[in-house]
Design a protein around this ligand. Sequence first.
Ligand code: PA5
Length: 446
Amino acid sequence: MTLKINDAYVKNFIDDAALKAIQPEITAAQKTLLEGSGEGSDFLGWVDLPNNYDKEEFARIKVAAEKIKKSCDVFIVIGIGGSYLGSRAVIEFIKSPLYNNIKKDTPDVYFAGCNISAQSFNEIMQICEGKDVCINVISKSGTTTEPAVAFRLFRAMLEKKYGVEGARERIFVTTDKARGTLKAFSTEAGYETFVVPDDVGGRYSVLTAVGLLPIAVAGIDIDELMHGAADAAAEYKATSDIEKSACAKYAAIRNILYRQGKLIEIMVSYEPCAAMLNEWWKQLYGESEGKDNKGLYPSSVIFSTDLHSLGQFIQDGTRTVFETVLSIGDMGEKLAVPEDSANVDGLNFLAGVDLNEVNKTAMKGTVLAHIDGGVPNVILEIKDRSAYTVGHLIYFFEFACGVSGYTLGVNPFNQPGVEAYKKNMFALLGKPGYEDQKKVLEERLK
Ligand code: PA5
């Protein structure tokens, strides 16, 4: 099985009666999602995406990826939120968190436009010196400030280096099929463009051109990624029975624990390559559920690293947390602890033992310690970190998020709260049209 949910370590906190009691709500939420009868139903394109995607564009993504691989040393992905987290998560999880430092025959990948830091921009620009560069600017709205500023900077860099004509061959744009300034500008400039479908929101867009182009440039098999997601879609759409569907069970457990006063879900992995996957998951669940003064706060840790920082809090701080542990069956890497005849460090009891086994043992010991400390642990077991499994995992989290959000009673597909900071920032920066708000804000900042 590609993904299994192990709920043995939530049994002390949730009894069978609680699971039975929430079943009708989960069934209703899944029905709402599949029938498209709930709030946000304009944004359900991701539900059938693994089968129902634009095959012509998919083929064009592969051709563009090959062109990019051949023509650059550095590939800059410009985007923020859902427009970069998915591709970065997949590349780092499957390849390495140190992707740019590993031996490979694909370009280095840098992510820009996901902050407004001069230091970060300058650093990436310095890295580009003397190297061939391509960029992929990704923005569904085509108007988000951070990627727009980054695109202006990197476009100028490319045009200086290669001329306007040369730069055109190195700029790839992923945006709305018709709307937004980025689309209009790309058409005029003659850039190759890819589409973010109207009915797919940013955080659900990793399996569109948004994620697929950067992922393919990193040498990951996007056919396998889609195949894994398609099999997951078939599996999770088939039933909402908590005892048969890992998705339904995950959505149920989260909602039950939330109602019991658990306010924070911590995504745990024992592999550093999952750090950005955690970030993608945090956006997916945080933006989907955190609204109307409701929702679990999604947090994350990498163990055993964070056992030496946040471990203390999790073990016996405020009892409002539960953990979801991503357990990877086969990491595809092995390393044994060496024998040392002097045994000065006393570690010979581990000589010859594979680090995967030590890591798994750390996980078992930690899960038991944490449940003893009053922290429920949900274990998500995945087979490996192949493209197929990752495609499955992405769909699992997306589908569970839709079901969980409807069970919580929110619209899991909007993000009204993201606008507040933007309005203030525009006003304070003097964007035309925000003059009144600027006065009010400046008064408040005095
Ligand atoms: O999930 C979302 O909708 C957001 O995180 C967006 O992806 C993010 O704000 C970037 O928006 P855009 O792609 O329009 O630039």
